[in-house]
Design a protein around this ligand. Structure first.
Ligand SMILES: [Zn+2]
Length: 67
């Protein structure tokens, strides 16, 4: 299965959507919205901001669910 590395992250505060590349070697736990400058942090059950706010799960989660 191919891992998707490009996703769209959506700011829960202002609704800004930004196309971002997800790194495969680490989890991003902090992301600054380019529009409202708010810091996004993952919710309790998620490992990174992509799992919480992006339309695609992060690469490590994609691999987990593919097994
Ligand atoms: Zn924002």
């Amino acid at each position: 299965m191919d891992v998707i590395l490009e996703t769209t992250i959506k700011c829960p505060f202002c609704g800004e959507e930004e196309m971002v590349m997800m790194p495969t070697d680490r989890c991003i736990r902090r992301y600054e919205c380019r529009n409202c400058k708010a810091f996004l942090e993952p919710t309790d059950k998620d490992c990174c901001v992509f799992c919480s706010y992006a339309e695609t799960k992060c690469p490590s989660k994609q691999k987990e669910t593919a097994v």
